[in-house]
Write a protein that binds this ligand. Structure first.
Ligand SMILES: Cc1ncc(COP(=O)(O)O)c(C=O)c1O
Length: 445
């Protein structure tokens, strides 16, 4: 008998969890004591397990399911592609690949002209760095300590957080502090001060490293996993100006912030900057199959018209991924997903989180843009002492138990539902946040 899901009509949570624990090796974990959540299916903004327990999604998994689960138009486009041509090498010209690239270029600022497709976000950054080094003939890459850029050679070395440290195989990476007023590295007390001091710090790093040795500055438009750190007004423009002054390329990583999450196609649109290279993944096809890419501005694309690009991937522009990109972008346009992220994010979710912060002193800070919001949990508002890992695990488990999936990092709850979520679902989720946090308010000192 051929294997198929249908042949396993009766599946229990326990059976699936045991199968996983027997055979599956997990990311970023000590393997021995894992207890993964079992999910059987999902639709829209809801998921369920084999016992019929349902969850509202405030996580979009890894902040990628931007149009929600099992969107019928995307599934139909993928099925049609499956029937027509399921795989073809990247060196061929393929209709769906061309359509996907054309759509992405059309969403970008005017001076962008080509797309290089990758398997995900890390290799998008990897290849953007490669392009910057080849184009400038320079070697160093500057990136922020509060960042995550992926788990491959240069992408993890460019990452700022703790995951870089055991993985530093790649050369030429230098880090700097990006703005984060709530926990300022610069003793700043206002956004304007934080912005000005962070830019002065970056300028000193560039001068000390030798501007002529720096190929690129790589930044997330809004650092995501690092805490949804919306840059102060003028910061990205200041970085752009520094890059121009010293002949350095600006790569903006939109892997998490792009494709609707903040209410625009790219978050940087709201900051009035135009980078030289943009990396994307996740939301571009809602994560239905692995894909990502580099959006390339005209001068760099043109440079490679007569210079060899030393990079490539077997699955670059895989037709199934391309079909899912085309359909996802069309759905986002036709169903006003960006407008929804802006109105529900800024108009319902954000005020709801701020109301919770009025009620519970364990919420030290609320920040974000659109449906890209975070709250920081602290045991003391004055000292801003983060809640402990043990407390955060208990809080996350309580959310899950109450039927809410959240994206918890360190002492933060990142509130990042699918960009298609309605006000009703947001209010249901907020009510769960409210009742769970009320049980942990005693941690405030
Ligand atoms: C901003 C950013 N860049 C890059 C990546 C890496 O993407 P992937 O896991 O698809 O390689 C991530 C993943 O979370 C991310 O958030």
């Amino acid at each position: 008998m051929n294997w198929s899901l249908q042949n396993h009509a009766v599946i229990s949570n326990d059976e699936v969890r045991q199968l996983d624990r027997d055979y599956v090796f997990h990311s970023w974990s000590i393997q021995g004591n894992l207890n993964p959540l079992v999910i059987a299916g999902a639709k829209g903004c809801e998921l369920w397990d084999y016992d019929g327990k349902t969850y509202i999604d405030f996580s979009s998994q890894l902040v990628n399911v931007n149009i929600g689960y099992q969107h019928p138009r995307v599934l139909a486009a993928m099925k049609a592609q499956l029937e027509e041509l399921v795989t073809i090498a990247p060196a061929t010209a393929n209709f769906t690949r061309g359509e996907a690239a054309k759509r992405i270029v059309e969403l970008a600022p005017k001076n962008f002209s080509k797309v290089f497709f990758t398997n995900g976000g890390a290799d998008a950054n990897e290849n953007a760095i490669r392009m910057a080094r080849l184009y400038t003939g320079r070697d160093k890459v500057l990136s922020a300590y509060r960042s995550y850029h992926g788990n491959t050679g240069s992408a993890i070395a460019a990452t700022g957080d703790w995951r870089r440290v055991p993985n530093e195989y790649s050369r030429g990476h230098v880090h700097f502090f990006n703005p984060y007023l709530y926990r300022s590295e610069f003793n700043a007390t206002t956004e304007a001060e934080e912005c000005q001091r962070a830019l002065a710090h970056l300028q000193r790093i560039i001068e000390c490293e030798g501007p002529g040795s720096i190929a690129a500055i790589l930044l997330e438009s809004i650092p995501g996993t690092a805490g949804i750190l919306v840059p102060p007004t003028g910061y990205l423009q200041g970085v752009r100006a520094l890059a121009d002054q010293f002949g350095i390329l600006l790569i903006l990583d939109e892997v998490m912030s792009g494709f609707g999450r903040t209410g625009s196609w790219f978050s940087f649109e709201q900051d009035g900057v135009v980078p030289d290279l943009v990396t994307f993944a996740k939301g571009v096809n809602s994560g239905y199959v692995p894909t990502g890419g580099v959006l390339i501005s005209e001068p760099i694309a043109h440079y490679f018209d007569n210079h060899f690009f030393a990079g490539g991937l077997t699955y670059s522009g895989h037709p199934l991924a391309m079909a899912s990109i085309v359909a996802t972008i069309d759905v986002m346009k036709d169903e006003n997903v960006l407008e929804n992220a802006a109105t529900v994010g800024n108009g319902v979710l954000r005020p709801g989180l701020e109301a919770l912060a009025q009620k519970y002193t364990i919420i030290g800070n609320v920040r974000g843009r659109g449906l890209f919001q975070a709250i920081e949990l602290v045991s003391n508002r004055e000292s801003k002492t983060p809640l402990t890992a043990v407390d955060m695990i208990a809080i996350k488990n309580a959310f899950t138990e109450a039927g809410l999936l959240t994206f918890v990092v360190e002492n933060r709850v990142h509130v990042v539902p699918p960009c298609t979520i309605g006000a009703e679902h947001v209010n249901e989720g907020l009510a769960i946040l409210d009742s769970v946090l009320s049980n942990f308010e005693y941690l405030a000192k």
